[in-house]
Ligand binder design. Sequence first.
Ligand SMILES: [Mg+2]
Length: 177
Amino acid sequence: MRRLILLDRDGTVMVNKHYLVDPDGVELIPGVAEGIQRLNEAGHAVAIISNQSGVARGMMTVNDVAKVNARLLAVLHIHGAAVDNIYFCPEVDDDAPCRKPNTGMLEQAARDMELPLAEGVVVGDNVADIEAGKRAGCRTVLVRTGYGADVEKAGTVMPDATVDSLREAVEWILAEL
Ligand SMILES: [Mg+2]
């Protein structure tokens, strides 16, 4: 079965650097390229969904985010990993439909890729990722990179699985679903 796999960006795919505007700051978390490659080989659709409230806060522009995202795709491509789409939410208002834990970006990805959210998986390092995934009816995997180790300790969310990094999240998806 082809599934929609939705990955958080900062702290999950790449090292979290607050309000990153310099594409040279893009740094993959170890194992990410191999993990995405495995998803590609298994025939799953892969998208990145990212809150970027720094835009609404005036810390960066939509163009800054687009440049960082373009670099991220290029770096992944060099390492043989393909991401179908990147979505980001520039809003800071918690009522904005696109801002996780709201499900706007997840729904958009499902429409664009014509895949059901009920068979989808969200992988992320923060509460909003897991919450968004649950609201959308997806399976959820918390990674211990980024904020994930602290989120696990706080115990405020109940993901379907908690693993060390995206690399292990992919193994969980391929083995368990
Ligand atoms: Mg994150």
